[in-house]
Design a binder for this molecule. Sequence first.
Ligand code: SF4
Ligand code: SF4
Ligand code: SF4
Length: 165
Amino acid sequence: MPVSQNRRSFLRGGRPSASEWRPPWTTASITDVCTRCDRCVEACPENILFRGDGGFPQIRFTGEGCTLCGECAKACPEPVFDLTREAFPWRAVIRDHCLAKANIHCSTCRDACETSAIRFPPKLGHVAVPEVTLEDCTGCGACVAVCPEDAIGLEAPQTESPSYA
Ligand code: SF4
Ligand code: SF4
Ligand code: SF4
């Protein structure tokens, strides 16, 4: 099947399209093996999975991030989830309308990040501004969920190889 233009742009780096917001440890082939039984959706204790495009499960980070608890994978009766894969292809990106970038004190995202991927190096004459260490970011979306300005996006890093096809 040809790769869509959106998909190409995501794999090169950039924001995923709606259908690419898949549950952790899944790939584009989810549509071949998922029977749309909703068991993963029902199993998610964070309520971040929902019945999305075509009835296939999708993820959204409104309110909560993914704790990588694995309950979705455990509940699924089909070979959809593979825990040996990287959970998510995207990483957190701090956008320009971040409060700290506007010199307003805020470090809510740092407090939400379990892997300490968001650091605030001191900046002379300016409040400290968040920086994401891509190697430490799992793409869990916890920072996205708590940012009061909706200033954190999730994007595939430009350098990432297209291993999520
Ligand atoms: S790993 Fe846990 S929190 Fe994350 S989507 Fe699956 S069930 Fe929800
Ligand atoms: S929580 Fe949002 S506004 Fe606050 S420092 Fe982090 S990215 Fe900026
Ligand atoms: S998406 Fe990355 S930076 Fe944000 S909380 Fe999760 S691990 Fe931390």
